[in-house]
Design a protein around this ligand. Structure first.
Ligand SMILES: Cc1cc2nc3c(=O)[nH]c(=O)nc-3n(C[C@H](O)[C@H](O)[C@H](O)COP(=O)(O)OP(=O)(O)OC[C@H]3O[C@@H](n4cnc5c(N)ncnc54)[C@H](O)[C@@H]3O)c2cc1C
Length: 191
């Protein structure tokens, strides 16, 4: 029973109401502290969720991450290092029955800290085809693409899009948002 707790205790990210959006990264969270929400896993989804929750005044959030804070590690910062982290301590390297491994980031930021940094979405028709397979009451939840109530709406709520330069702007359509937790940038064409 103690094992999951020991695993989870590696790193905690606290977002406290009196600090507004501010957060603290610590490996020794305060004893007997109470939080309104506890998010397990400080990866792409977990941190986006925690950031949005802690944006509400008066709400405190604890995010528990199994990995460490490797934000200053060049391996998590440089796209040129991409691939070098695979199989190392920042990679869960989950074993499969076929003897292969599945990669996943074991560090603050999760897989977004070790991935190729290309922010990819499926095609709208794929989400709509997926939605069409569901029972009517499940479809009503909004698993299709729709801008108003479907997945595009929630994808936009999870990201902050850094505006492109004039040339890039000329090449992009207006399908991204600019005010939410996951920060995006365009890859330079010179690299
Ligand atoms: C090598 C690689 C390259 C990729 N390249 C791209 C790309 O270029 N473009 C793209 O769009 N997508 C890419 N992806 C996929 C993308 O990174 C993931 O889909 C996305 O980050 C998943 O987000 P998530 O929040 O579901 O999981 P993650 O970001 O993986 O977060 C899960 C977090 O939970 C933590 N955790 C797990 N178990 C526990 C526990 N028991 N207690 C506490 N914490 C725990 C993990 O350590 C991790 O930090 C790539 C993924 C990998 C692995």
């Amino acid at each position: 029973m103690a094992r999951p707790l020991a695993l989870c205790a590696a790193l905690a990210l606290l977002a406290l109401p009196h600090l507004g959006h501010a957060s603290i990264v610590t490996s020794t969270p305060p004893n007997h502290a109470h939080f309104d929400f506890v998010v397990i896993g400080g990866g792409t989804a977990g941190l986006a969720l925690a950031a949005r929750l802690s944006g509400h005044p008066g709400i405190s959030v604890l995010t528990i991450e199994a990995g460490r804070d490797n934000r200053t590690d060049a391996a998590t910062q440089s796209l040129l290092e991409f691939g070098g982290v695979l199989g190392g301590p920042l990679d869960w390297s989950w074993a499969t029955a076929e003897g292969r491994t599945i990669d996943g980031g074991k560090t603050l930021g999760g897989s977004s800290s070790i991935n190729g940094a290309a922010w990819t979405r499926g095609q709208d028709a794929q989400y709509d085809a997926w939605n069409a397979l569901l029972e009517p009451e499940e479809r009503a939840v909004g698993w299709g693409w729709s801008e108003d109530s479907g997945l595009l709406h929630y994808m936009q709520k999870s990201e902050t899009f850094h505006a492109p330069d004039a040339l890039q702007r000329a090449q992009l359509n207006a399908s991204h948002s600019v005010a939410t937790p996951v920060f995006l940038a365009l890859k330079s064409r010179q690299k």
